[in-house]
Design a protein around this ligand. Structure first.
Ligand SMILES: [Zn+2]
Length: 276
C-alpha cells in the first residue's frame, strides 16, 4: 500500500495497492535519455544496490510504483517484476522472438525460466525446457512448455539436437553459465541467438570462435528492463495472460528460513516474503 506521497505526486493516492519496478536509473545519463533504464551508467536495483523491500516501508520514486488490480494478491504481484521484466526485455526486445521459432529454456524451475516459458509461448514459439526433475518438467508443461528434456536421463544437448532434426533451436535462454554454455552454443541452429541474463554456475563462458563466425551466432546479454518494458509486461500479468509462479510464501520475520529454503534449490518459481 501507498503510505505517504510526495507533494507533487498526482497519479497515486494513499492506500493504493501497488507493485514496484525495482530498477532505479539516474535519469540523466545518455542511456537514460534514450529510455534505456537498465543500461544507465548508475543503474541501481532495490535490494541489491539500495535498501530493498525486506522491510515494512520503502521509499521509491512515484514512477516506480504501478497500481495493481484489486483481484491480484500482493504475493503474486511481488513475484512478477524481476523475473518478468528480465525475461520480457531479453526475449522480446533483445532476441526479437517470432511465432514459430524454437526456444530452449534451461533450468525449468528458475524464476527467469518460469517467466520465459510463458512469454515465449505467448509469442507463438515452440518451447523446449530442461531440468533434472520430472516434477519440475511437469510444472513447466503446465506453464506451456512443449518439449521436456530430463538431463539426468540423457545429455540435453544431444537430445535437443535430435528432437530438432539435427537443426538446433533458434534461441536459447542460458542463465546457468559455465556448466552449460559450451553445450548451449552447440545446440543452436546456424544464425541462432543465445541469451545470457545471468550465470548461476559461474561467469567464465567457453566459446569456440569457429562456431561463432561460421555458424553466425549471436550472444546477447540482457539485464532488467526499461520503464516501458516494465509496464508492457505487467499489463499482461494484470490481464492474467502471464502468471507469476509463487512457490512458497514466508512471513517477513522468517526471512532466514526463506533463504535456507532457497539454498536447497527445490523451489519452482519464486519464494516471496509476506509483509502483513
Ligand atoms: Zn542513467
Amino acid at each position: 500500500h501507498i503510505a505517504e506521497l510526495g507533494s507533487d505526486v498526482t497519479d497515486l493516492e494513499v492506500g493504493d495497492r501497488v507493485v514496484l519496478n525495482p530498477g532505479v536509473p539516474c535519469g540523466r545519463c545518455e542511456y537514460c535519455l534514450r529510455g534505456e533504464d537498465s543500461l544507465c551508467i548508475d543503474y541501481k536495483i532495490l535490494g541489491e544496490h539500495l535498501p530493498g523491500t525486506y522491510a515494512e516501508r520503502v521509499a521509491v520514486a512515484a514512477k516506480n510504483a504501478l497500481k495493481i488490480p484489486t483481484d491480484l494478491a500482493f504475493e503474486t504481484a511481488a513475484a512478477a517484476p524481476l523475473a518478468f521484466m528480465t525475461a520480457w526485455r531479453m526475449l522480446v526486445t533483445r532476441a526479437a522472438i517470432r511465432p514459430g521459432e524454437d526456444v530452449l529454456i534451461l533450468g525449468a524451475g528458475a524464476g527467469i525460466a518460469t517467466a520465459s516459458i510463458q512469454i515465449a509461448k505467448l509469442a507463438g514459439c515452440t518451447v523446449y525446457v530442461t531440468s533434472s526433475s520430472d516434477e519440475k518438467l511437469q510444472r513447466a508443461k503446465e506453464l506451456g512448455a512443449d518439449v521436456l528434456v530430463n538431463y539426468k536421463t540423457m545429455p540435453w544437448s544431444k537430445a535437443i539436437w535430435e528432437l530438432t532434426g539435427r537443426r538446433g533451436v533458434d534461441v536459447i535462454v542460458d542463465h546457468v553459465g559455465e556448466a552449460t554454455f559450451k553445450d548451449s552454443v552447440r545446440t543452436l541452429r546456424k544464425g541462432g541467438r543465445i541469451l545470457v541474463p545471468g550465470a548461476t554456475t559461474g561467469p567464465m563462458l567457453e566459446l569456440d570462435a569457429r562456431y561463432l563466425f561460421w555458424r553466425q551466432l549471436s550472444v546477447l546479454g540482457s539485464t532488467m528492463a526499461n520503464q516501458r518494458e516494465f509496464e508492457e509486461v505487467m499489463k499482461l500479468v494484470f490481464m492474467g495472460r502471464l502468471k507469476p509462479v509463487v512457490d512458497r510464501v514466508f512471513p517477513l520475520d522468517q526471512a532466514r528460513e526463506a533463504h535456507e529454503y532457497l539454498t536447497r534449490g527445490e523451489q519452482f518459481g519464486k519464494v516471496v516474503l509476506s509483509i502483513a
